[in-house]
Design a protein around this ligand. Structure first.
Ligand code: ADP
Length: 158
């Protein structure tokens, strides 16, 4: 049984993330989606608990997906949950440089390999940061995020 770990901030989860998990869930036996607080991304919009709840709801249609959160190194979590690979989504060449560096560092410190799944062009412009900004000013984000996220954002920014 092959288990993969898909880590990210997911603040909030959007359709680009969902697509990556759907692909990973088709390719592997189990996908563990793990939300982390990333201080480099500035102040979070949703708490880790809220993010975990939204991720679980957005991915409820997939039977082989588990959701968790963490505040350790990704490679330590990968070892603890028995993940064979780390999975990351790639939007564009701009993602590739930092993701490649992270993948090589993770390989060096733990031996764990990272697999990249490319997004389709219809989702390649999606980023949680942009969704937070648009939602804050009342813009339309419904086509970019799962329904539960759109509802939560609408409550947050009435
Ligand atoms: P964001 O950049 O949207 O804040 P995260 O930090 O939560 O996203 O990203 C978690 C993972 O999801 C990373 O591997 C990132 O490259 C990937 N990802 C983010 N947005 C997309 C997208 N639109 N399509 C595919 N993968 C994505």
């Amino acid at each position: 049984m092959t288990v993969v770990l898909y880590p990210g901030s997911f603040d909030p989860i959007h359709n680009g993330h969902v697509e990556i998990v759907e692909t990973a869930a088709r390719l592997f036996d189990k996908v563990i989606v793990a939300a982390v607080r990333n201080p480099q991304k500035g102040e979070a919009l949703f708490s880790l608990d809220d993010r975990q709840e939204l991720i679980a709801e957005a991915l409820g249609h997939l039977g082989n997906v588990e959701v968790t959160m963490f505040s350790s190194l990704v490679v330590d979590l990968a070892r603890d949950v028995g993940a064979h690979f780390i999975v990351k989504g790639l939007r564009a060449v701009s993602d590739f440089e930092s993701e490649l560096q992270m993948a090589q560092m993770n390989k060096r410190i733990s031996g764990v390999d990272t697999l990249f799944i490319p997004t389709t062009s219809s989702y390649s412009f999606l980023a949680s940061r942009l969704i937070r900004e648009i939602a804050r000013f009342g813009g339309a984000i419904d086509s970019m995020v799962p329904e539960c996220v759109a509802e939560r954002l609408a409550k947050r920014y009435p």
